[in-house]
Design a protein around this ligand. Structure first.
Ligand SMILES: Cc1cc2nc3c(=O)[nH]c(=O)nc-3n(C[C@H](O)[C@H](O)[C@H](O)COP(=O)(O)O)c2cc1C
Length: 283
C-alpha cells in the first residue's frame, strides 16, 4: 500500500513524527512519501496513493490555518482513506478538538476519515521542556509510531469524543487564525540579528523577506514559531508573544526523564500519557 504523509510543521516536531511514521510504514512492507505543507509547494499526485495521512501541530487547541486551507484545496475523492496525526506540547484531551474542523472539511470532500493519532512533543512556545522530558516524549513517540502505523495498515478506526465545552473553547480560540497575521506582521529583529536569513528559509508561509539585510514580516504569519525558534542568535522579538518565546532545537538523544523528573506543568496528564504509551506498546 502506498501512503502519502502531508505535514505542516513550524519547528520540526511534526515532521520528525511524520518521518518516523513513514519509516514504520515502510517496515510493514508498504511504500511511503512525506510532503511538507508549505506556501508555493508542488505536491505529489494524491491519486497515486492508497492512503493519506495529514499531520499538524496543535495551535491554540486548533489545527493551524494553513492546514485548514490545504484541506479545503484537496481534490474531491471517492472515499480515499485518511488519518490525521497531531503533535502538541500538552497531553490534555482539549487538544482533540483540533481535528473537528479538518475532519469535517475532508468528509465533505468525500474522504473516508478513519481516525486520528496524537503525539506529545516538546513545547515551542510558552516554556521550554527539559531535554530529559523531550527524550522521554521522543522515546514514547517512537513506540506509538510503530503501533499507529500498524493500526493504519489494518484499517483501524477511531474517533475521540469532544464535549461541548471543549468545542466551544476551541471555537473561541480560533481567533488565533485572524490574530496571528496581525501579530506576526509586528515581529522584529533585534540588534543581535546578523541577517543570516535562517528565518526566511524556515518560514513555511513564505512570510519573511530580507530587506537591507534584515527580515521583514508580511501578513501571512501562521504563528508556527519557526523563525524565533530557529534563529541562531535568538534575535527576534515576537511582539505580544515575546515573553513566551522559545529558542533553539531540543536534543532528543539524551536520557529520558523518569517519572520523578516529569515537569510539574500538567504533571498528572504527562504521566498518564507516558504510562499509556508505554503500556499500550508493550501489550
Ligand atoms: C501558536 C502556538 C499555539 C500552541 N498551542 C498549543 C495548544 O493549544 N496545546 C498544546 O498542547 N500545544 C500547543 N502548542 C505547542 C505545539 O503544538 C507543539 O510544540 C508542537 O509539537 C510543535 O510542532 P512543530 O514543531 O511541528 O511546529 C502551540 C504552539 C504554538 C506555536
Amino acid at each position: 500500500m502506498r501512503a502519502l504523509f502531508y505535514v505542516f510543521t513550524g519547528t520540526g516536531n511534526t515532521k520528525k513524527v511524520a518521518e518516523r511514521l513513514a519509516e514504520e510504514w515502510r517496515a510493514l512492507g508498504h511504500e511511503a512519501d512525506v510532503a511538507l505543507i508549505r506556501a508555493g509547494s508542488e505536491y505529489p499526485d494524491a491519486a497515486a496513493y492508497d492512503l493519506l495521512a495529514i499531520g499538524y501541530p496543535v495551535h491554540a487547541f486548533n489545527a493551524p490555518a494553513p492546514v485548514l486551507a490545504f484541506c479545503k484545496k484537496m481534490p474531491r475523492s471517492a472515499k480515499k482513506p485518511v488519518y490525521f496525526f497531531k503533535t502538541s506540547g500538552e497531553p490534555v484531551t482539549m487538544n482533540d478538538a483540533s481535528v473537528i474542523l479538518p475532519r469535517r472539511i475532508l468528509k465533505r470532500r468525500g474522504y473516508d476519515v478513519r481516525g486520528e493519532f496524537h503525539f506529545v512533543m516538546p513545547y515551542n512556545i510558552i516554556f521550554r521542556h527539559s531535554d530529559e522530558m523531550a527524550a522521554r516524549m521522543w522515546r514514547d513517540a517512537e513506540l506509538l509510531a510503530a503501533r499507529y502505523a500498524r493500526e493504519m495498515s489494518e484499517g483501524a478506526r477511531n474517533k475521540k469524543g469532544v464535549n461541548v465545552f471543549k468545542r466551544m473553547a476551541a471555537f473561541t480560540l480560533r481567533i488565533e487564525h485572524t490574530a496571528m497575521p496581525v501579530i506576526g506582521h509586528r515581529f522584529k529583529p533585534t540588534e543581535a540579528c546578523v541577517g543570516c536569513g535562517a528565518c526566511e528559509k524556515k518560514c513555511p508561509q513564505g512570510n519573511i523577506s530580507m530587506k537591507d539585510g534584515k527580515p521583514f514580516f508580511a501578513h501571512s504569519c501562521a504563528g508556527c514559531m519557526a523563525c524565533a525558534f530557529s534563529c541562531p542568535k535568538d534575535a527576534l522579538k515576537i511582539s505580544l508573544l515575546n515573553g513566551w518565546r522559545v529558542n533553539g532545537a531540543y536534543s532528543f538523544a539524551g536520557v529520558p526523564a523518569d517519572d520523578g523528573q516529569v515537569c510539574k506543568y500538567c504533571r498528572k496528564a504527562y504521566l498518564r500519557y507516558f504510562h499509556r504509551a508505554e503500556e499500550k506498546t508493550e501489550s
